[in-house]
Design a binder for this molecule. Structure first.
Ligand code: V47
Ligand code: SF4
Length: 355
């Protein structure tokens, strides 16, 4: 049964909801993975991407307090922090000279005004004009639009004018209303998340997309989530990469278990097969672990993210990986998977090919 579905995907035909669901229900991981690898090679040949980047989380103070988030704190709570712009600049100064991307996301701070975010981006851009700024999830953008009183479009244009180059894919979680209501009742809806990304694409900001899986959602919820993303990508073409995010349960209100390695690989592979209009599928090594993310390169992923340096969101929730990795280690992982490492910038321009 799944052979026909996989043949269809490999020949470039689009999978429908029932077919995608049948793949999730199948235990034939090898066959699914091989098909995903072939589809991946159609998009990217033998290339696997990575970026010399640094993550910065300006604050963990957040008014939302999602049930699965172990990173956030309320204002005044023990462990709450807020970085000044000078402290952020200091962190970037400590990064290597070949830094290409800053990934900046944080909580919804109750008091910071919109001007603070504009100043943050502008100051970074002035001091580091050669570094791409990939910042603010759709959840933060919606919040910035609220606190500034500007429309979504105007908010995004102002951020772009001050130096925003791209947006990360966080905050998508699972679009299904009931599941989302239990995971993150305070968070913007799935349709608002999609609207923010649509508007970003319209004003010329490329973005990523994610899906948080392995908690209380069903396979059908995952499929519906992927189909919503595929539909928006058909109309805008503004997504660069899709990143499945493997749930980490420790220190969270939700609790539960880690998804299995089998589920991680299956989710990467099926994402590759369903999202026929996405060029890149990212195996985020921070969440998958170095060894499983290397295997994921044979199951449809063509990107490992980057050097990262400092990571709080996954590590607050029981992440077992180190917080950073060297460029040489990433190159080694990719080469040993039989692929060609490509160092990229935040917009997937090639910085260097390592043959
Ligand atoms: O928005 C929060 C998720 C996201 C947990 O776009 C959790 O290139 C697992 O979006 N277990 C932030 N996940 C990370 C993210 C990301 C990471 C790397 C690259 C890119 C990109 C985006 O992490 C949050 C939320 O969806 N998250 N808590 C948790 N306990
Ligand atoms: Fe806040 Fe984001 Fe954590 Fe939700 S996932 S509590 S929005 S930092």
């Amino acid at each position: 049964m799944i052979e026909r579905i996989l043949d269809k995907a490999v020949s470039g035909e689009r999978l429908n909801r029932e077919e995608a669901l049948a793949l999730f229900q199948s235990d034939d991981l090898h066959r699914i993975g091989m098909a995903a690898n072939r589809v991946c090679e159609k998009h990217n040949q033998n290339r696997v991407y990575f970026v010399v980047n640094r993550h910065i989380n300006p604050t963990n103070i957040c008014i939302n307090r999602c049930q699965f988030c172990a990173f956030s704190r309320s204002k005044g709570e023990e462990g709450a922090y807020e970085l000044t712009i000078e402290e952020i600049l200091q962190k970037i100064h400590e990064a290597p000279d070949d830094l290409k991307e800053l990934h900046i996301v944080g909580g919804l701070h109750p008091n910071w005004p919109f001007e603070h975010y504009l100043r943050m981006i502008e100051t970074i851009k002035k001091e580091f004009p050669h570094v791409h700024i990939k910042a603010f999830t759709a959840v933060e953008i919606d919040y910035l639009s609220k606190i500034s009183g500007l429309s979504l479009r105007e908010t995004l244009i102002r951020l772009k004018e001050h130096g925003l180059d791209a947006m990360p894919g966080g905050g998508a979680e699972i679009f299904n209303k009931e599941v989302r209501g239990r995971l993150c009742p305070e968070k913007i809806s799935g349709s608002r998340w999609l609207e923010v990304h649509k508007t970003a694409h319209e004003v010329g900001i490329k973005t990523n997309a994610t899906m948080l899986y392995g908690h209380i959602e069903s396979y059908a919820d995952r499929v519906d989530h992927l189909l919503e993303l595929r539909q928006l990508q058909d109309s805008t073409g503004g997504f660069q990469a899709f990143i499945p995010l493997s749930y980490h349960p420790e220190n969270t209100e939700m609790g539960g278990q880690y998804p299995s390695g089998i589920d991680d690989l299956k989710t990467i592979a099926i994402s590759r097969l369903v999202l026929d209009n996405f060029t890149h599928i990212k195996a985020y090594w921070i969440m998958l672990g170095e060894k499983l993310s290397q295997i994921a390169l044979l199951f449809g992923a063509d990107d490992l993210d980057g050097t990262v340096v400092e990571e709080h969101i996954t590590h607050s929730a029981g992440g077992k990986t180190s917080s950073g990795i060297t460029k040489q280690e990433l190159i080694h992982m990719i080469k040993r998977a039989g692929k060609t490492p490509i160092e990229r910038d935040a917009l997937y321009n090639t910085v260097k090919l390592y043959s």
